[in-house]
Ligand binder design. Structure first.
Ligand SMILES: Cc1cc2nc3c(=O)[nH]c(=O)nc-3n(C[C@H](O)[C@H](O)[C@H](O)COP(=O)(O)OP(=O)(O)OC[C@H]3O[C@@H](n4cnc5c(N)ncnc54)[C@H](O)[C@@H]3O)c2cc1C
Length: 373
């Protein structure tokens, strides 16, 4: 079977140049050097990108992609622990020393994403600076339309469009959602007040009545501080307004101590963060990866590692079909994504059940299974 003979513009068209999209492009070009890969992304580079804490298990994925030396050249800050006040007001430390790979990272997220994109293009992926607006067709003959009016044909599509999950939306799939979590984040300039007892740069989580707070020092002498809560609770409290946000910050023990004298650079910025998964069956040739297939709670700090992992597995499935006509890779991939989310959902609930200090608060009741989300 001459699977590789085709008249399409590209073999693989990747929607989105976040970690999942660029990692898929790098891996595909490493496995099959002559495979024709295109990545389209029309997103503007946001001044403040969210998602910066990565745990030590990121290292094998960076090694596998062959980008470890490019990663080491950027100014990411090493991280040796996370701190959390969860289940009690006492701050506990989770030391990375006990991990096989002992160092996690607080990323300069814009640099990290740009590095992966550069590496993908260096390996021969073509970049189209436009948003995908339409996709039509069927197995082996997909048509893509972009916001700059360009049209492309392709054999495979990787949907790596993150929360937009454009393929799932165009196909009218309904996600399985665990919650309605959002982040209200404020970026600060300046370092934390240093303390002799805690590592004030480490990612820190503190549970509160309406959800939980997170802060971490990030490169360029900045700090991100965010309250994670549910959409309706945020609206009811008016948490997206700076004075209200600051008043709630002042009720925390550890987060406000860490934030110290840093001064706000932004108003509260709202990001969707609900845990969700698209369980429907995709048409042949469309493979979602990263947040487009499933989104995990930022509590897990797994989003970027999961994006790289799913992108690698998606690229293996496509390569198996492209080279050998083997469809088993797709079956294994979707089974893995489903099992991964099921496992995650159990862990997610177990973890939220460890916090029992606010039994009457809707945020916690929902996660303890006492009230529907
Ligand atoms: C508040 C918050 C905090 C987080 N903190 C962490 C953390 O500390 N650690 C961690 O590991 N993860 C964290 N995450 C999750 C992490 O950011 C994501 O899991 C990760 O970015 C997923 O990568 P991705 O490539 O799948 O999607 P994204 O990084 O979202 O990239 C998707 C890309 O697709 C593009 N795109 C969208 N629509 C289209 C279209 N129509 N056409 C073309 N391109 C399109 C976008 O412009 C974007 O560049 C956090 C998430 C949130 C919301």
């Amino acid at each position: 079977m001459l699977l590789r003979q085709t008249n399409s513009d590209f073999d693989v068209f990747i929607i989105g140049a976040g970690p999942a999209g660029t990692a898929a492009a790098i891996s595909l070009r490493e496995i099959i050097p002559d495979i024709r890969v295109c990545i389209a992304d029309g997103g503007k580079t946001a001044a403040f990108r969210i998602g910066e804490s990565v745990p030590p298990p990121i290292q094998p994925f960076l090694d596998q992609l062959g980008v470890m030396s490019a990663f080491a050249q950027a100014e990411h800050s090493p991280s040796f622990r996370t701190l959390n006040a969860w289940g009690s007001a006492r701050l506990e430390s989770n030391e990375f020393l006990l991990h096989v790979h002992q160092t996690g990272w607080r990323l300069n997220r814009a640099h990290f994403d740009a590095m992966l994109k550069t590496e993908a293009m260096r390996r021969g992926a073509i970049f189209v600076p436009a948003r995908v607006t339409a996709l039509t067709g069927n197995a082996h003959d997909w048509r893509i339309e972009c916001s700059n009016a360009e049209k492309f044909s392709t054999r495979y599509i990787v949907d790596a469009s993150g929360g937009a999950a454009i393929a799932a939306r165009k196909l009218k799939f309904t996600p399985r959602k665990l919650d309605r979590l959002i982040a209200c984040a404020v970026f600060f300039a300046g370092r934390a007040r240093q303390s002799s007892t805690i590592d004030a740069n480490a990612p820190l989580i503190e549970a509160c009545q309406h959800g939980w707070w997170y802060t971490a020092a990030i490169p360029d002498n900045k700090r991100v501080v965010m309250l994670m809560t549910d959409t309706d609770i945020a609206r009811r409290l008016g948490i997206a307004r700076m004075p209200t946000w600051l008043r709630h910050l002042s009720l925390t023990d550890h987060i406000q101590a860490c934030t110290g004298m840093a001064s706000p650079l932004t108003q509260p910025l709202v990001f969707p963060a609900s845990s969700r998964y698209f369980a429907d069956i995709y048409p042949f040739g469309i493979v979602p990866a990263g947040d487009a297939v499933s989104r995990f709670d930022p509590l897990s700090s797994q989003g970027i590692v999961k994006a790289l992992r799913s992108a690698l597995y998606a690229s293996y499935a496509i390569a198996d079909h492209h080279l050998k006509g083997d469809t088993m890779g797709f079956f294994k991939y979707f089974t893995l994504m489903r099992d991964e989310f099921e496992h995650y959902a159990t862990t997610w609930q177990t973890y939220y059940r460890q916090e029992q200090r606010w039994p009457d608060a809707p945020f916690w009741q929902r996660r303890h299974g006492m009230k529907p989300s």
